[in-house]
Design a binder for this molecule. Structure first.
Ligand code: NAD
Length: 422
């Protein structure tokens, strides 16, 4: 068995492959093209010696997977998390390919990851690791090759260190190599809020299709980082009540509504929600089963499983996170038929769309207002929603399969037209 096949035995990679096969079946893709389109194009494994504040040297392992390079430079975030595996990064890279293609961005898909619990590091250790990772992947990235961005455990500051490392390597300021940067270094207005803005936009649009009003909408969100907290703020401003939130330490439930500004300030000061008293403490498992209108997983993969899919008490499941629903859970939800699902590749696409805008602004050295950014974002989201809804009707399939069928067919067509090399 090829080494990559053993590495890809991870459940999350299998999950992405099973989703791919469902969509490829619907569009009738032939076996050769199917295998070519599914497999990651390039996987880089790096080991990074980093001097810790104690003076000791620790070796960290990191990955960059470029799934598809046929439709433009690759694009995808970098995750710092203790449970990162190559299979997980490969699955996330694959989803990036379909997402970019689905919303019409001129990108392939990629993802990066480092096995580390960044919370245990000092700021100086985190800087040394971030710079070292960038240095190791520099031969494989660039504004026309592969453009990273933030993901779980990384943020604007990490992007700034990485951009600086790359710029020093090429000998000039080159902000187009990475997105999600601070505004002072060529970041885009609205990028920090973009993923949450997009998730909230889809939630509102699909609730409106169902005739549900903001005043009657309650929201539960797992994960209170960039995506979760920004989504919460937009839905609250719209008029919905956010009644449950959580992070890696556990959750808070308040049926009268959580004071979001207070929760965000508490979480920033204490680096978690642990000990926050604005509601009743619940576990992450209990949180997912709370009665609500909209449940938004916005943390990690594989949290909606065959164990809890039958017990969800929401009207809508909006996937802010990538890959939160297992294949078995998908089947249970489809059989139930009472939960509206907004699949990850559509639901959280606002982030990569505004990353694309940031890259465009960097390449042009011409910067847009926040109004221009959001106006263009909403138009792209509306177009993506319309094409997914139309495809779902055409094939009579689930919304996930429709979204993937659109993304996959565009990549496959480009591969077929280009020939065997790309
Ligand atoms: P983040 O690091 O800012 O936040 C992650 C949150 O999840 C934190 O609150 C963390 O405590 C929580 N968390 C971690 N482990 C958990 C667990 N086991 N149970 C409950 N909560 C847990 O990351 P983010 O950028 O908000 O990303 C969240 C998800 O959204 C990921 O799946 C990511 O791939 C996806 N996503 C992010 C972006 C983006 O622009 N940042 C874009 C698209 C998709």
């Amino acid at each position: 068995m090829a080494l990559t096949q053993t590495i890809y035995q991870s459940p999350v990679f299998q999950q992405a492959c099973n989703q791919f096969d469902d969509a490829a079946d619907i569009i009738g893709m032939d076996a050769g093209l199917r295998e070519r389109t599914k497999r990651p194009r390039r996987c880089v494994i790096v080991s990074m010696p980093v001097r810790m504040d104690s003076g000791n040297i620790e070796i960290f392992e990191g990955y960059r997977v470029q799934h598809n390079l046929s439709t433009g430079p690759a694009k995808g975030g970098i995750r710092f998390h203790q449970d990162v595996t190559l299979g997980e990064v490969a699955a996330l890279a694959m989803w990036m390919s379909w997402k970019c293609s689905l919303v019409g961005l001129p990108y392939g898909g990629a993802k990066g990851g480092v096995i580390v619990n960044a919370r245990d590091m000092s700021l100086t250790e985190l800087e040394r690791l971030s710079r070292r990772y960038m240095q190791e992947i520099t031969p494989f990235i660039g504004p026309n090759i592969d453009i990273p961005a933030p993901d779980v455990g990384t943020n604007e500051q990490v992007m700034a260190w990485m951009m600086d490392t790359y710029s020093n390597h090429v000998g000039h300021f080159d902000p187009g190599v990475i997105t999600g940067k601070p505004i002072a270094l060529g970041g885009s207005l609205g990028r920090r809020e973009a993923t949450g803005e997009g998730v909230a936009w889809f939630v509102k649009a699909y609730l409106q299709d169902l005739g549900v009003t903001p005043e009657t909408t309650t929201v539960v969100i797992q994960g209170f980082g960039n995506v979760g907290s920004e989504t919460a703020l937009v839905l609250y401003d719209w008029g919905a009540e956010v009644i449950g939130i959580s992070d890696f330490t556990g959750g808070i439930y308040n049926p009268k509504g959580i004071n979001l500004k207070e929760a965000i300030a508490y979480s920033a000061q204490n680096r978690s929600l642990q000990g926050y008293t604005g509601g009743q403490a619940v576990t992450n498992e209990e949180l997912l089963e709370l009665p609500c209108t909209v449940l938004i997983p916005a943390a990690l993969e594989r949290v909606i499983t065959e164990k809890n899919a039958g017990k969800l008490k929401c009207r809508m499941l909006a996937e802010g996170a990538n890959g939160p629903t297992t294949n078995e859970a998908d089947r249970i939800l489809t059989a139930r038929g009472d939960i509206e699902l907004i699949p990850d590749v559509l639901c959280n696409s606002g982030g990569v769309i505004v990353s694309y805008f940031e890259w465009l602004q960097n390449l042009q050295n011409y910067y847009w207002t926040k109004g221009e950014v959001f106006d263009k974002l909403y138009r792209m989201l509306a177009k993506a929603k319309a094409s997914v809804d139309e495809t779902q009707k055409k094939y009579g399939c689930s919304r996930r399969t429709a979204a993937l069928a659109l993304g996959i067919s565009r990549v496959a067509e480009a591969k077929a037209k280009r020939g065997l090399f790309p």
